[in-house]
Write a protein that binds this ligand. Structure first.
Ligand SMILES: Cc1cc2nc3c(=O)[nH]c(=O)nc-3n(C[C@H](O)[C@H](O)[C@H](O)COP(=O)(O)OP(=O)(O)OC[C@H]3O[C@@H](n4cnc5c(N)ncnc54)[C@H](O)[C@@H]3O)c2cc1C
Ligand code: SF4
Length: 331
């Protein structure tokens, strides 16, 4: 590992100021739980000369819930959030997605901000001897023509086919959540989680729309009332594994008919993949095997696969059908 310095930020303003003041060849990195960052530093994938430790931000209360919704501090741990009684009762989708992620030990340390900004698990990205446009722009992409079964089938480009592997962002997208971020000049802005992630295009090195040095302060959740929600994660083994396909669905039914719905696929695209055409097709209809199957087909109609990822087409369709039909019994 390359030598690095640590600055323990006093508060959010100090964190963003320190980032701005220390722009070197290798930009600084915010350090939250470190479960992604330190891993990538050990692999030599990222080599910040300065870590800005966010631990002091954990001192302020992290989770506030009222009639308008919830504000969750970015330094809240995944365990803390999943165990919060009001979050569990009003937004059970969040707890479900978190409890499907990583291991209890990791969730005790990993934070919400870090979960949203975790990097792809593409094996070539994590292997410095492989060509990777995300790690080194212009280097090429060893995944294309290589082993791709864990990678994306939607929203890819000829420069990168990596996926966003996380669970929480998928649930937050299905709940219309936003992030509050602070820029290096101290100005705050809100970004819908649905708009946080970039498609790779010809700049796969940029995962999100955040500018360098922007700090996630919090996640906000609207109080919007969904009748019911569900989270489904399909993976190679039943625990401690990233998803091959995940689905989050939130629905509001009125007399059994869909009034409003969010269908979001995870692990199959560079960002949580909202299936807006499928949502529109289900609006004002009941959920039944015929409408669910048609909606699932719309979710993956623009997918692009090679021989290693063909199975993900059928798996994604079945996952969406299964998630939708499961809602009928709980709504
Ligand atoms: C073995 C293993 C299995 C895992 N399995 C899963 C899984 O099944 N599902 C899943 O969803 N995740 C999984 N993860 C990923 C895990 O959820 C993330 O590593 C974790 O959430 C990152 O949080 P952290 O606080 O440790 O972030 P860090 O490692 O500290 O940071 C991660 C990135 O986010 C940046 N960052 C952190 N906080 C902020 C902030 N507030 N503002 C701006 N930038 C910030 C950092 O600079 C860094 O680039 C797994 C991880 C491991 C190691
Ligand atoms: S798919 Fe993306 S992350 Fe993986 S090797 Fe190619 S450019 Fe890198």
């Amino acid at each position: 590992m390359m030598p690095f310095a640590i600055h323990r930020a006093l508060d959010a303003s100090d964190a963003v100021r320190s980032f701005k003041a220390n722009q070197q060849d290798m930009p600084p990195a915010f350090h939250a739980g470190g479960t992604t960052l330190v891993d990538l530093m050990k692999l030599g994938v990222v080599q910040p000369q300065l870590l800005i430790d966010l631990g002091a931000l954990q001192a302020s209360p992290q989770i506030a819930v009222d009639a308008e919704g919830a504000r969750i501090g970015a330094l809240s741990t995944m365990s803390e959030l999943a165990a919060h009684p009001e979050i569990r009762s009003r937004w059970p989708l969040i707890a479900q997605s978190i409890e499907h992620a990583a291991s209890p030990q990791i969730r005790n340390v990993a934070t919400i901000g870090g979960a949203l900004l975790q990097r792809t698990r593409c094996r070539y990205f994590r292997d410095r001897s492989s060509a990777c446009n995300k790690r080194l722009p212009g280097a090429g992409c060893a995944a294309i023509g290589g082993e791709t079964r864990e990678l994306a089938i939607l929203g890819t480009s000829t420069h990168c086919i990596a996926n966003h592997p996380g669970d929480l962002a998928v649930a937050l997208t299905a709940l219309d959540a936003s992030v509050v971020v602070m820029a290096p000049d101290g100005i705050e802005r809100h970004i819908a989680v649905a708009d946080l992630y970039r498609l790779p295009g010809d700049r796969p090195d940029l995962d999100t729309v955040l500018n360098p040095g922007e700090l996630i302060l919090a996640v906000t959740l609207p109080a919007k009332a969904w009748n019911t929600t569900t989270y489904l994660k399909l993976r190679d083994r039943a625990s401690y594994a990233f998803g091959l396909v995940t689905v989050a669905v939130s629905v509001r039914l009125s007399n059994g008919v869909v009034d409003d719905i969010r269908i979001v696929l995870g692990a199959v695209a560079p960002r949580p993949w909202r299936c807006e055409e499928a949502e529109a097709a289900l609006k004002n209809h009941t959920i039944n095997p015929t409408t669910a199957t048609a909606a699932a087909a719309l979710c993956v109609k623009d997918a692009s696969v090679d021989v290693h990822r063909t199975f993900k087409l059928a798996l994604s369709r079945r996952a969406v059908v299964s998630a939708l039909l499961s809602l009928r019994s709980t709504a």
